[in-house]
Design a protein. Structure first.
Ligand SMILES: Cc1cc2nc3c(=O)[nH]c(=O)nc-3n(C[C@H](O)[C@H](O)[C@H](O)COP(=O)(O)OP(=O)(O)OC[C@H]3O[C@@H](n4cnc5c(N)ncnc54)[C@H](O)[C@@H]3O)c2cc1C
Length: 343
């Protein structure tokens, strides 16, 4: 019989589990039910008492590795803590969020335990075996994997499961003792960009994509780059949307041309050679909708585009709704209406 462990970690507040951790808890609860397996939850963080309450309703055994050394991510301590949690739970299947904290250590922990790891898992199911689903070749090919090797570590992509939201209750936490390894890294603090400067917002409901059209000559024969930057930033400020870009737009700055939109980097690029984010809705503007770009929209729920070109890729079955219109005019109008509503 399988023994499932869900590895979780706290967020920057130190008291709450991250959303991705709670998504992994949901996956663990569902899989344990399907397999009639034992479920444990492991918590890594400075203090687990508050965080444990949020998963008490699962009825799972809760193990924790806590203390100052685990308050901040660091390879040596996180790997030791996760290894100790896996050994305490005697896990045969380990589910963990594919967060930067766990992605960094999970393969090393699997190796220490003589196990195997698969990453970017989007779904789990079980018949006779445990089946894990992931995408290959930039979300074009979907594969279902099963393995004999145990322990089997599965890192789950964020946004693929609902965050666990059971009633908060007092939880019995089994503290797992660890011998701290030698550390070379001292975490001095966190520095994060101002909210306005941070344009990539994975938790946003809306993805707003800017294409190269924003920097092209417009019907009046002129460039309107400054106006484009102003309208895009205003839209992001008013909606809280996450900013994506086509490759053509992101490349313009990289190739040393006029610095088009200084807040935009290749990190914003969506597509085959960019990212494949998950948002409920997406709005593409001034972008042609070519296949290498649109493949990055695989997990966007409702896809809309504003393009001047009635023959663009979006109109050829790639978007749910296409507005054949001037994005400068549309976004300026939308911004004005949003500003009026928020004042
Ligand atoms: C191997 C490979 C990998 C690639 N990977 C990626 C990738 O990861 N991501 C990616 O994005 N691309 C990728 N590409 C490039 C991709 O094929 C396209 O070249 C790119 O997406 C085009 O960007 P664009 O639509 O913004 O620009 P353009 O093709 O220049 O289109 C601009 C559009 O804006 C419209 N427009 C102009 N003004 C307005 C206005 N006022 N209002 C509304 N619409 C307007 C125009 O009608 C036009 O349709 C890749 C290509 C290759 C070969």
């Amino acid at each position: 019989m399988e023994t499932i462990l869900v590895l979780t970690h706290v967020d920057e507040t130190g008291a709450t589990l991250t959303k991705a951790s709670l998504e992994a808890v949901t996956a663990g609860v569902e899989l344990a039910k399907q397999l009639s397996a034992t479920l444990s939850i492991g918590i890594l963080g400075g203090d687990a008492s508050a965080a444990a309450g949020a998963v008490a309703a699962t009825g799972a055994r809760v193990f924790a590795v806590t203390g100052e050394a685990f308050a901040q991510p660091r390879y040596a301590t996180d790997a030791t803590g996760c290894e100790a949690l896996c050994r305490a739970a005697q896990a045969s299947i380990v589910l963990a969020p594919g967060s930067s904290r766990f992605t960094r250590v999970a393969a090393g922990v699997a190796h220490r335990l003589g196990g195997f790891i698969d990453t970017h898992i989007t779904a789990l199911s079980s018949n006779d075996s445990v089946d894990a689903t992931r995408w290959f070749y930039r979300q074009r090919v979907e594969a279902v994997i099963s393995r004999e090797k145990r322990p089997w570590f599965l890192l789950l992509d964020a946004g693929t499961h609902a965050a666990y939201a059971g009633a908060t209750a007092a939880a019995t936490v089994e503290a797992v003792a660890v011998t701290l390894p030698a550390t070379r890294t001292t975490v001095e603090g966190l520095r994060s960009p101002m909210r306005d400067a941070q344009t990539i917002r994975p938790d946003a409901k809306l993805l707003f994509v800017a294409g190269a059209g924003w920097t092209k000559k417009q019907p009046d024969g002129q460039l309107h780059v400054a106006e484009a930057g102003k309208e895009i930033l205003e839209f992001l400020r008013l909606t809280g949307a996450s900013l994506g870009s086509s490759k053509s737009l992101a490349d313009q700055k990289a190739e040393g041309e006029e610095s088009v939109l200084p807040f935009l980097t290749h990190m914003n690029q969506i597509g085959q050679t960019g990212s494949t984010p998950r948002h409920a809705k997406g709005l593409s503007t001034c972008c042609h909708g070519e296949e290498p770009h649109v493949v990055g929209w695989r997990f966007i729920g409702d896809r809309r585009a504003i393009s001047l070109d009635p023959n663009c890729g979006w109109t050829r079955g790639k978007a749910d709704v296409v507005y054949i219109a001037d994005a400068f005019a549309v976004i300026a109008k939308v911004n004005a209406e949003l500003a009026a509503r928020s004042s």
